[in-house]
Design a protein around this ligand. Structure first.
Ligand code: ZN
Length: 141
């Protein structure tokens, strides 16, 4: 039913006209439909009014003399912030990898001597212990 609905065709043609141009036949069809259909004619009139208001408001903008510089500065700042946000996980990862590398170097550099102590003759030896001088105190039990 939608295919035969002239109002649907009218809306489709108006959408097409918004992004490209219509053929002379399509333009003539629209004009003829608006004469026969007051609802679509009112829609078209409302669209024309909105476009006129937008065009008028767009032409009243006066840019300041340093608008270009401000815009460029803003874009550069924005781009820099985005770049930093993009790379910040990489910086954190690099810092963690650096800390891990330092910890590994510490462990490897100060590793205890892996060779076991070799006991001569593999038996216990008698060792001379230092004599503790008498302190003069006596413990009574
Ligand atoms: Zn219509």
């Amino acid at each position: 039913m939608i295919l035969n609905d002239p109002c649907h065709k009218c809306r489709r043609l108006r959408q097409k006209r918004a992004i490209s141009s219509l053929s002379a036949f399509e333009e003539a069809w629209l004009q003829e439909h608006w004469l026969a259909c007051p609802e679509c004619a009112a829609d078209e009139a409302a669209d024309l009014q909105v476009r006129a208001v937008l065009r008028a408001s767009a032409s009243n903008i006066d840019a300041s003399h340093d608008f270009d510089e401000k815009l460029l500065r803003r874009v550069r700042l924005d781009r820099g912030a985005r770049t930093l946000a993009y790379w910040s996980p990489a910086f954190v990862g690099a810092a963690l990898a650096g800390i891990a590398a330092l910890a590994l170097i510490q462990v490897l550099a100060f590793r205890p001597d892996p060779k076991p102590a070799v006991l001569e003759g593999r038996e216990a030896r008698r060792v001379e212990l230092p004599v503790i001088p008498d302190s003069g105190f006596t413990i009574h039990r």
